[in-house]
Design a protein around this ligand. Structure first.
Ligand code: FES
Length: 220
């Protein structure tokens, strides 16, 4: 029998039955309040989880390609990469999604595969554009395969690059990263500066003035 079907108590005796009914009502009210709170918490957690990647990237909280200032370990990513082919890989760390593409004219290009809009995965689409595109399916973001520049959609910045080199045996290596909008040369020089200055000089990187930029001049 439900609470509403219970016979009414005697008019002169409001005691135990009313008290029990009141207690049950309170418990149901409390339970439904808890349930609503839990539901709201779950919704907030799920929505927050979906958004947090993008917000983290936007706010600079999460690690991004090009964040490293020191030299990165070279990593072999393929024995070879033929024209028109692409390869998903991780660099410099296991959590850093990246993509390498070989355009039909032989150009080799590497990029972060994390969209600069809300951090969805960027995919290589050979069938799009005149020579293929880097495409983010979340909000139709499109990046130029040759430069990483945004060509369509909401991404606010170009894709950071992964610096790739090809050895004489055809193997492809990742050797560094750039920040969004930074040139390959500037990214490489930044990562070599201070630790591999001889190599940086060979590559034509600007030489730090004697004493370094951080040296403090004494007032006389
Ligand atoms: Fe890539 Fe929005 S997350 S376009």
């Amino acid at each position: 029998m439900s609470v509403t079907e219970q016979p009414p108590p005697p008019a002169d005796s409001p005691g135990p039955t009313d008290a029990a009914r009141e207690a049950l009502h309170d418990r149901i009210a409390a339970d439904s309040l808890t349930t609503r709170r839990d539901y709201l918490r779950i919704v907030a957690t799920v929505s927050g989880g979906l958004a947090v990647g993008g917000l983290g990237v936007a706010a600079g909280i999460l690690h991004r390609h090009g964040d490293s200032d020191g030299p990165l370990e070279p990593k072999k990513i393929a024995d070879s990469l033929a024209p028109g082919e692409s390869l998903a890989f991780r660099y410099p760390e296991q959590e850093d999604r990246a993509v390498a593409v070989r355009l039909e004219d032989g150009t080799l290009a590497g990029y972060s595969a994390v969209c600069t809009h809300l951090a969805c995965a960027v995919l290589w689409r050979k069938d799009r554009g005149s020579e293929g595109e880097l495409y983010c399916p979340c909000h139709e973001g499109v990046f130029d395969a040759r430069t990483g520049e945004v060509t369509a959609g909401p991404p606010p910045r170009p894709l950071p690059k992964v610096i790739l080199v090809e050895e004489t045996d055809g193997s492809v290596w990742a050797i560094g990263t750039t920040r969004s909008g930074e040139s390959l040369q500037d990214g490489l020089c930044r990562q070599l500066a201070g630790t591999r200055s001889a190599l940086a000089e060979q590559l034509g990187c600007p030489v730090a003035p004697p004493g370094g930029a951080g040296e403090r001049k004494e007032r006389t």
